[in-house]
Write a protein that binds this ligand. Structure first.
Ligand SMILES: Cc1cc2nc3c(=O)[nH]c(=O)nc-3n(C[C@H](O)[C@H](O)[C@H](O)COP(=O)(O)OP(=O)(O)OC[C@H]3O[C@@H](n4cnc5c(N)ncnc54)[C@H](O)[C@@H]3O)c2cc1C
Length: 424
């Protein structure tokens, strides 16, 4: 990255804002980051209670994803194991079946007929071999000519890899890449994702970034090539560049005069979920480690089996429902997650110590759509203003998109500052 001097405002202290702050400050810029909440981390925050660590819903670090790549490149320490649940289960018509995850478990699985096993193995091979498509994932699935059950199983794998429950909205190429990423494996992080946030914040501060929490931006004004952030307390912060590392709707609200942001906010359809995050004194006997809904969009996983998230003997379990884009959480949002927990780990209720319930939580700010590409980091109608987050750029989904766009935005900003310095 170009080395640069100059002042940069970063608005938003989640993964994207923190990674961009580290990159920029290491490149020589003077960085001030403004975070409205009392703590850094955004959706990667973790709730601590009685020695349990509850992420905001199930969080998994993709081994071949951009977030892990950037953590490693930036030298951010973390620990946690690749998850390999014993006997993963498929939840179909209210019953649990052995979920096929490999050729041998496919043969043992009681979910499919022999013909379906062959079809499932065939479509899995096509995905692993690099299948792609310009159309929506639903149209790509249509072209595979699958039985209803095998198609449901593929949709279920797509959901668990991406959180997105909207095949007709999602770009096939992006979804197929994400499934391949999921198949390479994930890590559940020791100490929860707040451990990653803490290390990112430490690295940013050690390099000289100023991180301000409880500092809500109210307005961002573009003044030629420069930009001015006004905070809720009335203070004004003029900089050579500003990075908006937050969602598209908030970005558009802060900078109403920037037309492109209004358009992105309108196009963005968030990927949402309901989650029930459980801290248990112990796991009941016979509890399953992992279950995935086949005909219903549910997820169940004991994260404390692969990561240090609970005190000795305790367990942290995440149950989730992947919401389709047109579904808002109903009054039974949590009851249906409890019912999944009843099926996967009968008897859990007597061990409950704490819980966190999230309804309609935005996992990602925007589906990766077949009909609308995600915006780039630079705003053509507002030079000096940049965006990063899980709705920006060409690479990856979820936190991988946040990390990749943050690095790209930082490189653009450093390059711009360097050009201005050379021209002066
Ligand atoms: C239930 C759930 C499960 C998930 N699971 C995974 C997973 O398994 N793997 C994965 O890779 N990703 C997962 N994600 C997604 C991941 O958490 C996000 O993509 C990532 O944390 C987004 O980071 P960000 O910095 O782009 O945005 P955010 O985390 O949203 O950060 C934006 C920040 O901006 C701040 N802000 C907003 N407005 C203002 C303002 N006016 N002034 C100042 N600050 C402001 C917010 O407080 C926030 O801290 C999951 C998310 C959820 C909710």
């Amino acid at each position: 990255m170009a080395s640069s001097s100059g002042n940069v405002n970063v608005v938003g202290g989640g993964i994207a804002g923190l990674i961009a702050a580290i990159e920029l400050v290491r490149a020589g810029a003077k960085v001030t980051l403004f975070e409205s909440a009392a703590d850094l981390g955004g959706r990667a925050r973790t709730k601590y209670a009685d020695g349990f660590m509850l992420n905001q819903g199930p969080h998994a670090l993709y081994i071949t994803g951009a977030f892990k790549r950037e953590l490693d490149r930036l030298g951010i320490p973390y620990s946690g194991l690749k998850t390999t649940p014993l006997e993963p289960q498929g939840l179909y018509r209210g019953k649990l079946y052995r979920l096929p995850t490999s050729a041998s478990s496919l043969m043992l699985s009681n979910l499919f007929s022999v013909g379906e096993k062959l079809a499932y193995a065939g479509v899995q091979k096509a995905v692993i071999d690099g299948a792609t498509g310009k159309e929506s994932f639903a149209v790509w699935l249509d072209g595979q000519d699958l039985s209803p059950l095998v198609r449901m199983a593929m949709e279920s794998i797509a959901r668990v890899s991406s959180y997105a429950n909207g095949s007709s909205l999602t770009h096939a190429a992006a979804m197929l890449d994400q499934i391949r990423r999921g198949l390479k494996g994930v890590i559940y992080v020791d100490g929860g994702w707040a451990a990653l946030v803490g290390e990112l914040a430490k690295a940013a501060q050690e390099a000289g970034a100023v991180l301000k929490t409880g500092a809500a931006a109210e307005r961002v004004a573009v003044e030629g090539l420069r930009s001015r952030v006004t905070l809720a307390d009335g203070s004004e912060h003029l900089a050579d560049a500003t990075l908006l590392a937050l969602g598209p709707k908030e970005a558009a609200r802060l900078a109403p005069s920037v037309g492109s942001l209004g358009g992105y906010a309108e196009d963005a359809i968030p990927v949402r979920t309901n989650t029930l995050d459980l801290a248990l004194e112990e796991l009941p006997d016979g509890a399953r480690q992992f279950a995935l809904g086949i005909d219903q969009p549910f997820y169940f996983s004991v994260h404390s089996i692969a990561a240090k998230l609970a005190p000795e003997g305790g367990a942290v379990v995440h149950v989730a429902k992947y919401l389709p884009p047109d579904e808002t959480p109903g009054h039974d949002a949590i009851a249906e997650l409890e019912a999944v927990a009843d099926l996967a780990m009968p008897g859990w209720r007597r061990f409950e110590k704490k819980r966190q319930e999230l309804r309609g939580m935005a996992v990602t700010n925007a589906f990766v759509r077949a009909d609308k590409p995600r915006p780039g980091v630079a705003l053509l109608d507002a030079p000096g203003l940049f965006v990063a987050g899980d709705w920006v750029g060409d690479e990856g989904m979820l936190s991988d998109a946040s990390a990749a766009s943050a690095v790209e935005a930082a490189a653009h900003i450093a390059g711009m500052l360097e050009r201005e310095r050379s021209a002066a």
